[in-house]
Design a protein around this ligand. Structure first.
Ligand SMILES: [Ca+2]
Length: 310
């Protein structure tokens, strides 16, 4: 196993290693994108009709009643993300060009795992993968050294095992699960200025781009669930930092046209991953930041979480 470059997974608009612009921390006072209202008001109605989705509070309540959370056969907690419309991408000054323009996007409800898939869970599928565990990692650390194909095969195995439709999250599902209905910069809101929200390149690391003023407790990956205060509004944890997470989509640039349940191009080479990792600076942990790599790429800072269709 060759040692990967520090952050070969870095989003392509960067000069390198895990962030879009070195030292460009998000400004918490920056204007935020306008959040869509829970119940669509007049300006939203046309978009709601255009994207064909019911996002009223009553509809969301019905979805929650119909789709209670569950724990699956690999002991992954599956939490519901209710249908919604959000502004995908970012027009903030510190956003990368590939996060623009913002795009009105609808997503139908889905389950997503509360945490990234762990070593223990992945090894139920492929016991030999234990030989690839990172030397510092125990069973409860997120699995790494898994390619997009490996992650997809895990989903196929689980689907067959349970008779459900598991797959990787689409990039839109991932971003919506992280940002919620109020279009947060980080899953918890923001900014990232303390050590109890996410695992990134903090003072425990030796990277040149580390933040020497924040101690998140880990120099490499951390056990899943270490940062409950970093949960998104849907209760999904570890979305920012720890490991990049493969998404279903091939990478493409946004074009600003409203989209309903987008799945990316039908063909391509580069697969998207999201969320930043233990190697990344805070900037790359923003929920709109996009990384990508070839489907057979694997690294010690790229893992995945799973979606189950409702
Ligand atoms: Ca860290």
């Amino acid at each position: 196993m060759s040692t990967p470059r520090p952050t070969p997974t870095a989003p392509q608009t960067q000069a390198g290693n895990g962030s879009v612009r070195q030292g460009a921390a998000p400004n918490p006072s920056s204007p935020q994108p306008v959040a869509p209202a829970a119940a669509p008001k007049a300006p939203e109605r046309r978009i709601v009709q255009e994207l064909g989705i019911n996002i009223t509070p009553l509809a969301r309540a019905a979805e929650r009643e119909k789709n209670p959370p569950f724990r699956n056969s690999v002991q992954a907690e599956m939490l519901l993300v209710t249908s919604g419309i959000f502004l995908m991408g970012s027009d903030l000054e510190n956003a990368a060009p590939n996060e623009k323009p913002t795009t009105r996007t609808s997503v139908s409800c889905f389950y997503i795992s509360r945490f990234p898939i762990t070593n223990a869970q992945y090894e139920m599928f492929d016991s030999l993968h234990s030989d690839k565990r990172a030397p510092w990692a125990d069973a409860n650390h997120p699995v790494v050294y898994v390619s997009h194909r490996d992650a997809s095969r895990f989903c196929e195995w689980l689907s067959k095992k349970e008779g459900k439709k598991y797959r990787l999250p689409t990039e839109a599902e991932w971003e919506y699960a992280a940002r919620g209905l109020d279009n947060r910069v980080y899953p918890w809101g923001g900014p990232l200025n303390r050590g109890d929200r996410a695992n990134f390149a903090d003072l425990n690391t030796t990277f040149a781009w580390r933040d020497p003023n924040i101690d998140d407790g880990y120099a490499q990956t951390s056990p899943v669930g270490t940062y409950p205060l970093g949960a998104s509004s849907f209760g999904i944890e570890d979305m920012a930092g720890n490991v990049w997470e493969w998404c279903l989509d091939y990478f493409e640039l946004y074009n600003g046209k409203p989209r309903a349940n987008p799945r990316g191009p039908s063909t391509g080479v580069l697969k998207v991953h999201r969320g930043g990792s233990w190697k990344s600076r805070a900037q790359s942990l923003r929920a709109t930041c996009r990384g990508y790599n070839q489907g057979d790429f694997s690294s010690n800072d790229v893992g995945f979480r799973i979606v189950c269709e409702c």
